[in-house]
Design a protein around this ligand. Structure first.
Ligand code: CO
Length: 151
């Protein structure tokens, strides 16, 4: 990290922890029947990212369950190494994804790909785990509130 880098950047709230699972229905059953979570979304497919996902909604955030979808799903490799599934990424909100990407690159982070629509319907990028303490970090642009444009 360069000491001359004075760009303002503040990480927003932690939004969710991504958990890769081989069978999303089984994972939902686990969180519902064993862990007692009542608010779990129906699984949906996000084809461009190769995932079927569901949100386990808790007061402080979410667990994002992700099952591979399609032959080229990036989750397949992870499940090869972790056949029972496991913690895959964690996600923090940022105000502006393009600004965040630029700051991260300036600070020497490898940003994986261009901002793209994630499971929450806002733009996301991932940071290379090799530059982030072994953790795959997802940065997600916060939802903009409608009120902001109504005034
Ligand atoms: Co995620």
């Amino acid at each position: 990290m360069s000491k001359s880098d004075t760009t303002e950047f503040e990480l927003g709230p932690m939004n969710h922890v991504g958990v890769a699972v081989p069978d999303i229905e089984k994972a939902i059953t686990f969180y519902r029947d064993i862990m007692g979570v009542t608010d779990i979304s129906e699984p949906e497919i996000l084809a461009p990212q190769g995932v079927k996902y569901a949100f386990v909604n808790l007061p402080t955030g979410q667990v994002e369950l992700i099952e591979p979808y399609g032959e080229t799903s990036p989750i397949l490799k992870f499940l090869e190494r972790n056949p029972k599934g496991g913690q895959h990424h964690m996600c923090f909100e940022v105000a502006d994804i393009h600004a965040a990407k630029s700051v991260m690159e300036t600070r020497g982070m490898r940003v994986l790909g261009e901002p793209r629509i994630g499971a929450h319907g806002t733009l996301v990028v991932f940071l290379h785990p090799g530059d982030a303490g072994g953790v795959l970090i997802e940065l997600m642009e916060s939802h903009k509130t409608c009120e902001a444009t109504d005034h």
